[in-house]
Design a protein around this ligand. Sequence first.
Ligand SMILES: [Ca+2]
Ligand SMILES: [Ca+2]
Length: 323
Amino acid sequence: MFFCDFCNMKKIIGIFCVAMLSAFQVKAQCNELFISEYVEGSRNNKALEIYNPTAGAIDLSKYRVTRWQNGSAAWTAQMSDLLSGSIQPKDVIVVVLDRRDTTQTGQDTPVVLPLRLKADLFLSKDYNTSYSMSFNGDDAMSIDKYNDATAKWVPVDIFGKIGERPSPAWSDKPPYTGTGTWYSMDKTLIRKDSVMAGVAKNPLEFNPKLEWVINPRDMFDSLGFHRCLCTQGPSVSVKAPVISQVAIYPNPAVSMATVFLPFEMEQLVCLNAAGQLVKVKFNHFGMDDMSQYSLDVAHLPAGVYTLEFIAQNGAKATARLVK
Ligand SMILES: [Ca+2]
Ligand SMILES: [Ca+2]
């Protein structure tokens, strides 16, 4: 009898310890901003999505984004930009390279419209003074926070390895001399939902497979929300609501595709795999609570296309179409 009671007690203590440990781990994680998406697209189509896993809004005035250019471990003002605004709990902001006006100094090829529409904050307007967002695959990136007590900036999340220059990108095959599948170049990377904290310490080795899911170049569909174990369900950005109830068929399509949307479409943006805008004509025919459209895709070359449907009130829905 005594022995059995002892067994039960041991079991209870064990369960209690596991519960305490889990609670501690969840608390230690989900308590600081981290990068939830890394977009190294064609030309100047560059973006970072930053996620707030905490239960409170975070003021961004004490944060900055830094690029550690081409293996450099020396911080410079030109490679760093202060963030501004705030992020609501379980929400994100989308930071996009500021290339919009080609007539201004320090500007060149503009960011494509579908990515511009996702932006909450544009950074690095003039590359003569500000160059943080011009990463191109061989640059480590960090989100740094100002510590009032020590008066120092410390990283809260590091992408890549500061001080290392892969050639031309970090891949799934170290020592990163061009072999394997490139991760940090010509890709959209989404942080795995199991990740609940940033990499605050420069890693001995950056293995992108551990924390990142690889997606094709110029995929912008998933910018504006993030799902992970810190939250129940996807967060929805207040600024750019994303509505996912899209039905599209047939897919792959040959000459005509039919789309059902939860709103009336004002604008259709179609991008090919290279991120170029492609014109697609659409016709509306209404239904009770959904809107139905036929898309003329006969003229499109074979390939994968990203479609963004935009309503008059700014609501958006995206889908991928295979031709
Ligand atoms: Ca570079
Ligand atoms: Ca996202």
